[in-house]
Design a protein around this ligand. Sequence first.
Ligand SMILES: [Ca+2]
Ligand SMILES: [Ca+2]
Length: 272
Amino acid sequence: MSSTKEAMPPTLRPRALLGRLRRRLAMACALAAGLVPAAAAPAASITWAEVGDAGQTLGSAQAVTGNPGDSLTTITGSISSASDHDLFIIRITNGAAFSATTVGQPGTLDDTQLFLFNSAGIGVYANDDAANGIGANAFRSTLPAGGAPTTIAPGVYFLLIGASLSYPTSAGGLIFPNFTLTSVPQVDSTAVVGPIGPGGASPLTGYTGTAASFGTYQIALTGAAPAAVPEPASFVLLAAGALGIFAVSGLARSERRSGAHGRERLSRSGSI
Ligand SMILES: [Ca+2]
Ligand SMILES: [Ca+2]
C-alpha cells in the first residue's frame, strides 16, 4: 500500500499545481503592483529640500528623487554665495501645466532667476523678474505655464535657480539674454525668454557674471514630479525576488499539504 500511495499523487498534481501556480503568480503580481512605486497609489505633494549644496553643472546637478507618481510641488534651498547656482534634475509630467515660481514664496533671496534646460542641457526658457511681481516680490521669478517658446514634452529636465546678475553659458556664450539693457538681444528683466542668446544652441557648461546677492529660496512648481526613484532597479529586483521566494515557498507548502491530504484521502479511501 505504501508504494501505491506514493505513486498516485504525481498523476493528480499537474492540474492542481498549475492552478496554484496561476493563483500564486496573480497574487505576486498584485503585491508587486502595490510595492513598486510607479503603482497607482494616491499621489502626494512633496517638497524637496536641497541636500547639502546642489551642483551647478550637468554632471553634478542634484536629482530630485521619490515616488514618480507624486507631485513635486516645492523645492527649497539656499544660494549660499555669490558664485552659487543650484541645478536640480526634475521630471516634467505635464508640459502644458509646468510652471515654477519664487513669487510669494518664503526665502531671503529677493532677486532670483529661474532657467529650464532639457535633458541634454539645452535651454528651454528663463525669467529674471516676474511681470506680476510687486513690492517685496518685484525681483522674484516665474517660468509660467505655457510660457516656453517650444512645446515641453514630458521627461527629465534641469531646473536652475540663481541670483540675478550671474548667467548660464555654453561654449557659444550666453544661453539666454542677461536681462539688462546691454544684453544681446536686449530684453527687459521681466521677459520670459527662450534660449535666444548667442550660445543658445549648445548645452550648459558654465556661468558668467557675479551674483548680486545670496540667501534662501523656495520654488513652487506645477506639472512636475521627482526625476527618479532611489535605486529603482535594486528595489524592484528585491521585491520580485522576495515575491518569488514567497510564491515558491508557498507552492512548496501547498504541495506538501496537497500530498499529505492526498495521502490522507487515499488512506481513508483505502480504509473504507
Ligand atoms: Ca545651493
Ligand atoms: Ca530677479
